[in-house]
Design a protein around this ligand. Sequence first.
Ligand SMILES: [Zn+2]
Ligand SMILES: [Zn+2]
Length: 410
Amino acid sequence: MQQIDVDFHIHSRYSGGTSRDMIASVIARQAELKGLDLVGTGDALNPDWLRHIKKNLTEESDGVYSSSESKTRFLVTTEVEDYKGVHHLLLFPSISSAEELMERFKRYSSDIEKDGRPHLRLNGEQIVDSAGDVDALLGPAHAFTPWTAIYKEYNSLRECYGDNIRDVKFLELGLSADSYMADRISELQEITFMTNSDTHSPWPHRLGREFNRILVKDLSFSEIKKAIEHKNDRRFVLNVGLNPREGKYHLTSCTRCFLRFKLADAERLKWRCPECRGVIKKGVSDRINELATWEKPHHPWHRPRYIHIIPLAEVISLATGIRTITSKKIHERWKRLIDRFGTEINVLIDSETSEIKKIDPGVGRIIEKFRTGRMKYVAGGGGQYGRPTLKDEEDNFYGMGQRSLSEFLG
Ligand SMILES: [Zn+2]
Ligand SMILES: [Zn+2]
């Protein structure tokens, strides 16, 4: 058996708002530097992207594709949006399985030829049916976010998937939630939690910012399927991701001025921000409180540990005070650590901090801090990311003595 690090959910250059660099060769090289053994192709129902991956990747074994550029392998994946605006993540056993599903979905979608993440005139139950016909696996994507996720629309998985719920074996937590939050919901006890980046750019502070460590016999679709179903000793052994406070929908917030709100205030204000008249959106933290069965998490036997990380470029930014993540200075220090430890994942979770400190003491101290749960975070919300902080900063809630916007402008 071996442990592999996998990021199942990314988007290609054919999805809206993504980097032009989201092409197979660049993703392959950057994923290798990150330390991912396997990465999802994303967008596998898009004809242009399918053509690109067929040209640039070769099937190596059962559902796993390789690129000449790096050791990292690819698994065929996509995200789709159903008729209620709910996002689902799909994993395919092969490119031809994705092609077959694309042909079927054409009549239910007006943008499958254009968008990497197609809109389907189908409900969740119907999409599970179709996925099953081509042996693909499906689960809700970033399940608790307020715009496009299953729990913004429904109060249970069954409401969305009907009797097909028995075929839904995984759920993607999304950046704003973790297992400590989601294991307060009793209907999720059997389900495998996934931690994926959903990245729109290939650089290692985005790609693999969340990933799964999985115990399998070899790199193949059928082994991953067994791990998702926690069968035959195959299983997820780690969920790794940002602290949920870093997610951009963690707290209930105004989507325009990003003022944070207590749930009761947002309800009383009818989801309109009194400062800027912007729309207030319910945060993942408040949504999970509503759905929760228990006050404290109940972790089932198969649930792995959840580790909070901070992307290495952001760690270096914190250590140096250099704000621009993509600056040359940050890259040089990042490179020095990668040269010594091989991959970013190795630095972030597997190497001794004493060894890291020998190369870069400032970075070593911050890694020690988040590994031991002592890092503080300003929480995200309303579409604005949260961030780690070394200072004493408070979340900026409505009615807690913040300077109002009118005061600011006036
Ligand atoms: Zn999505
Ligand atoms: Zn506002």
